[in-house]
Design a protein around this ligand. Sequence first.
Ligand SMILES: Nc1nc2c(c(=O)[nH]1)N[C@H]1C(S)=C(S)[C@@H](COP(=O)(O)O)O[C@H]1N2
Ligand SMILES: [Mo]
Length: 251
Amino acid sequence: MSDSPSKVPSPLPGPKGDPSGAPVGRRVLLGMLGLGALGVAAGGPIQDVVAKGVDTVAKNDPTGLSDLLPGNRFRYYTVTSNTPEMDETTYRLRVEGMVDREKTYRLSDLAALPQTRLVQDVQCVTGWRVPKTPFAGVRLSALLDAAGVSPEAKAIRFRCFDGAYTESLTLEQARRPDVLVATSMEDKPVTHAHGGPVRLYVAPMYFYKSAKWLSGITVTDEVVPGYWEERGYDVDAWVGRSNGRTDAPTV
Ligand SMILES: Nc1nc2c(c(=O)[nH]1)N[C@H]1C(S)=C(S)[C@@H](COP(=O)(O)O)O[C@H]1N2
Ligand SMILES: [Mo]
């Protein structure tokens, strides 16, 4: 069962709580656990401490830092305790809302569409960055065009099969050529941990916009703030131009 998001206490005082503009909760907690210097610590002699710290974080940090593998460049985030696994036979992506033609895609349908590959840095809002990460898949704009978006539509709401996470984009943002419905990450199928088989990839924005385990794309007439956006992060999450950190260490 998924944790209900309403039961998760809000970890973030929001930007107004910190004059530097950086979200506070997770950063302070990581600092207390000595995880701030993790880029240095991972793989080093204090691995055990780090592992214990991660365990503590996983239990006490509702921001959902669930796993952090030394040697792996990514940190894994989830706001739920478990998420079902989906594959070729079970996975479905629903496109609906203010469109002429609602449609349900299987993985094979997505694979049959024109593919786009992008290589840019991944940047998490809490200050870690993974340089030059390839993502590939179908442009979100292609799925919107296929659906025929209503002229009154203004925004997109994304749903995830973890049952809890949501995200949002304006229609204009969603139509950018660097926004993908991604089926590949680091030139391999997106793994379950990274939100596979299909995740959103919003290249110009902080990584929280890139919803994992994507299951629904609803065209709406207004932006509905997503999971982290209800908890203090900017809806317009442009890297370097919103309330995330820009002084990110590389991990
Ligand atoms: N469904 C879902 N998508 C999500 C999240 C999440 O908790 N659940 N976390 C977001 C955040 S804050 C980040 S940094 C990235 C992490 O992606 P990764 O686990 O592949 O590193 O996923 C984003 N998408
Ligand atoms: Mo993040």
